[in-house]
Design a protein around this ligand. Sequence first.
Ligand code: PEP
Length: 255
Amino acid sequence: MSRTPVVGGNFKCNGTVKFIQEHAEVLKKIENNGVEVFVCPTALHSSLLQSLMAGSHVEVAAQNMYFQKPGAWTGELAGELLVDAGIKTTLIGHSERRRIMGESNEESAKKAKRALELGLKVVFCIGETLAEREANQVDAVNFAQLEALRLITVEADWKNIVVAYEPVWSIGTGVVASPAQAQTVHESLRKWFAEKVSAKVAQEIRIQYGGSVNAKNCAELSSCKDIDGFLVGGASLKPEFLDIVKILGDTKKKM
Ligand code: PEP
């Protein structure tokens, strides 16, 4: 298996200064077991966590960015500001941004494109709702989210993108996709890349699964050949985040 496994922790709108200080002590225990690890605190806690994590195996990334240059965009964070702050990776198109903040496929794609132009790496989140799954729209929805980005990028851009497949019905619900459900979608995504981008990108792109991942359910998901890691929400705020990284690394080494 030539793809480097990758685990991200999305703290969402959580954390206090005290929590970040304490959790950094936990995160520092993450060893390099062949898994790339990043965490996304709130923008408010980002520089604190960066300084606490200096020299560790854990990268501090962003949860979102705006596609415009710095300027009069109250409440937004231009990519230039992330770069200036030493951030190297950002999530884009998390379902909470798409669903709650009304971010369209085109807007998410535009943000990702801008991030790439600025030299940032992108974790591009996609996923279907339960209603879409029940209407047999899983591939159609995920492909449309990817297609918006494909239309404004070139093949070389994809080496700086990780895809996070996060079914909306699984995020924060405790309902994890079964390994078969997740593997089926990941395999379809790889086929889409082979048809629409290139065989090389299909083989090389890393696809994370996200949605109620925890230390108990991650082993089986880790053993799926097209699952290259996880984007973790709730469990990234707990010490079990370490176990998830370890279990993924150990499982992938055996494959
Ligand atoms: C997420 O926020 O990306 C996520 C997957 O959340 P959770 O793990 O809590 O379902």
